[in-house]
Ligand binder design. Structure first.
Ligand code: G1P
Length: 298
């Protein structure tokens, strides 16, 4: 199998659900405990062995570029003041030159279009996609789990998609996979189709796509068609479906870990609570405080 070296992270969304917080700040820079949402996905990708990150960005997103750059004055000041821990924390957001490439999506035409904007940087190799709104709390990075399954596949040219079981009435919020058959491991299945945001009555299953994919570069050919799908947008889901129908092996995999949708206010607040409780510094104090808060609610 060809190794997965590149990951695409679409970050061009306007974040209207979080206004006014996102009026002058990218939604990806909202923090879950002490780091921006985007850093969770970046750390997941790099700790899973990804070498190059391709950010598909847009207007008003320069704070993301600054966040993953040298902060010379800050670093010099922290060093001069002997604040080693803070310095290490800042240095951990700065990667070797060339690790991140930025391409711009000039118009919000959909997730498929965002990935297509990165086509020249992706080239002809298989690649990962991480949707930064989805962050996962678990012992093993979700992308590393996908890569493990991918490396075990017998043939080149497959798509592998992380899935989560959802209540049937939730299917209209997700891409949903049509299951052909489950594999022996009980966590992976072969898909025969995928539909974007189906109504529950039309949903082929309750296996919802969440924001982690490994895709064969042939999917870019289907995105070349620029066909509009659900919501009038160019959907990644439709390109994957076309590639399945053309014979590309496509698998769904249930990853371990708890997923949080930081694209919604509820999911974002919940992520802060869950990651806060797991934090060694604030977790011990947070737990009794949250308990007390809940006991005093009507
Ligand atoms: C996107 C995808 C959808 C997927 C979801 C996961 O939708 O189009 O297939 O299930 O992300 O978060 P969005 O949430 O951007 O509408």
């Amino acid at each position: 199998m060809r190794p997965i070296r590149k990951a695409v992270l679409p970050v061009a969304g306007m974040g209207t659900r979080f206004l006014p917080a996102t009026k002058a700040m990218p939604k990806e820079m909202l923090t879950v405990v002490d780091r921006p949402v985007i850093q969770h996905a970046v750390q997941e990708a790099l700790s899973s062995g990804i070498e190059q990150l391709i950010f598909v960005t847009g207007r008003g997103k320069t704070a993301i570029e600054d966040h993953f750059d040298h902060a010379f004055e800050l670093e010099a000041t922290l060093a001069a003041r002997g604040k080693k821990d803070a310095l290490q924390t800042v240095e951990a957001t700065n990667f070797p030159p060339g690790t991140i490439a930025y391409v711009r999506q000039q118009e919000p035409l959909g997730l498929g279009h965002a990935v297509w904007c990165a086509r020249h940087v992706i080239g002809d190799e298989p690649f990962a996609v991480l949707l930064p709104d989805d962050i996962i709390l678990g012992d093993r990075p979700c992308l590393a789990q996908l890569l493990e399954v991918y490396e075990g596949l017998q043939s080149e040219g497959a798509n592998l998609i992380a899935v989560d079981e959802v209540e049937l009435e939730m299917t209209r919020k997700f891409g949903v996979l049509d299951i052909d058959h489950w594999h022996e491991d009980g966590t992976t299945f072969t898909a025969r189709g995928i539909v974007e945001k189906p109504e529950p009555a039309q949903a082929p299953s309750n296996m919802a796509v969440f924001g982690r994919y490994i895709l064969d570069s042939s999917v870019l050919r289907y995105l070349d068609r620029q066909e509009q799908g659900a919501g009038g947008e160019i959907q990644l889901t439709d390109a994957i479906d076309a590639s399945i129908k053309a014979g590309t092996q496509t698998l769904g995999h249930l990853c371990e870990g708890r997923r949080f949708d930081c694209g919604s206010k509820e999911g974002f607040v919940l992520a802060n609570v869950a990651f806060g409780l797991r934090d060694s510094l604030i977790g011990p104090g947070l737990k009794p405080a949250i308990k007390a808060l809940l006991e005093n609610l009507d």
